[in-house]
Ligand binder design. Structure first.
Ligand code: SF4
Length: 385
């Protein structure tokens, strides 16, 4: 069984206005102890399984690792290398894809060379936009020029697999500025692209301003929902004509360069997460660490585990996950396998959704209609109820 390892690095230089993640700005005095704690947590993995009666993944071979956040590229490259070494010591690793999330302004030649040396072979860059006014309003530290410079640094260091994230729906974004961001992205030809629709969460400063009013975070300059859907649809068309394969609702790749690690999430394959707030799944159970990084370091240094939740996934929940996660992939799901595995008949609901043009079914595979991806939630709700 192939296993993915994930490391959560919850540190950021500043808090983006739209961010609702459990990440924050912490003193960099915490970075080194945090790295130590992650290494200890990895080494203690067999004890975790025993103490919490967690089923081991059969004959796990690790083929992917993903360092996400937060901004993992803020950490000292030597610390990142130590974490990879801890993985190699604790697991049978045959790494094929090792990803580091990096913000453009943190990418410099010395770091990029050290990342390659440590074993990273894929960088996921938080670009978000190529418009300086949008980046500034969103509270991002980098500007458009940083993206060009960082891309060159990565290429010079030998990275041949680079992913760019864009956000559709940032304050001040217009049809013209969006098209220009997509064009700039294409001109740099990353191997992989993720496009996320802006989600306004009241836990973010921008979300609070949407609810309560104000001018500080440009809530009044947010594009309409209809515009966001149009941005997404136009990006789909442009990426397709540039040769990118749309393989998941939010993800595109040049052929053969889909994110192997992230596919594990959508295909319900096992993964194991380390660090504050990291989640894990072994096929039958899901567990998660508590979010606070200082408390995480303390708990680990006391020889304890910071597990906050550990649940057995019920049959109904597993079925929900098969549909909800599986249908995010544009290749769809093998409906017959799911029906026989879970002893359920989804045909009546599939027929209803097909009549509405929301899904396509070819007798074996069920998938979302490619031109209705922005209403995917409607499909999920209908299938699951
Ligand atoms: S870099 Fe990412 S995790 Fe950090 S504040 Fe911004 S959106 Fe949140």
């Amino acid at each position: 069984m192939r296993l993915g390892l994930y490391v959560q690095v919850p540190f950021c230089q500043t808090k983006c206005t739209y961010c609702n993640f459990h990440t924050g700005v912490f003193s960099n005095d915490l970075y080194a102890p945090y790295v130590e704690a992650v290494c200890r947590e990895i080494a203690a993995y067999p004890r975790l399984l025993r103490e919490f009666h967690i089923a081991e993944v059969p004959e796990p071979v690790v083929d992917t690792a993903y360092f996400g956040g937060g901004t993992p590229s803020l950490l000292d490259p030597a610390g990142l290398a130590r974490v990879l070494d801890a993985m190699r010591a604790g697991f049978e690793c045959k790494f094929e894809e090792v990803t580091l999330e990096a913000d453009p302004e943190t990418i410099i030649p010395q770091k990029a060379a050290a990342w390659r040396e440590a074993g990273f072979n894929r960088i996921s860059m938080g670009v978000q936009s190529f418009q300086d006014n949008e980046l500034k309003a969103a509270g991002r530290m980098h500007r458009r020029d940083d993206v060009y410079r960082a891309t060159q640094v990565l290429r010079d260091a030998g990275f041949q697999n680079v992913s760019f994230d864009l956000i559709a729906g940032l304050p001040h974004q217009t049809h013209g500025s969006w098209d220009e961001s997509v064009a700039q992205l294409l001109s740099l030809r990353p191997e992989h692209v993720s496009i996320y629709l802006m989600e306004i969460d009241e836990g973010s400063r921008l979300g609070l301003e949407v609810l309560t009013g104000g001018t500080r975070y440009s809530a009044s300059a947010l594009p309409e929902d209809d515009s966001m859907a149009a941005f997404y649809d136009r990006a789909c068309a442009r990426l397709a004509s540039a040769g990118y394969v749309h393989y998941e609702i939010s993800n595109w790749a040049l052929p053969g360069l889909e994110s192997r690690h992230n596919l594990k999430y959508w295909q319900r394959q096992p993964y194991c997460g380390f660090g504050a707030g990291a989640h894990s799944f072994n096929g039958r159970q899901r567990w998660a660490n508590a979010h606070d990084p200082s408390a995480y370091v303390t708990t680990i240094s006391q020889g304890r585990f910071p597990i906050e939740q550990l649940v057995d996934v019920s049959r109904d929940e597993a079925l929900e996950e098969e549909l909800f996660l599986g249908l995010r992939q544009l290749g769809g799901i093998d409906l017959s396998r799911i029906e026989s595995e879970y002893g359920t008949n989804l045909q009546p609901r599939v027929e209803e959704l097909r009549a509405l043009g929301l899904v396509e079914w070819n007798g074996t595979r069920l998938r979302l209609s490619p031109d209705r991806l922005t209403v995917s939630n409607e499909v999920f709700v209908n299938l699951l109820n």
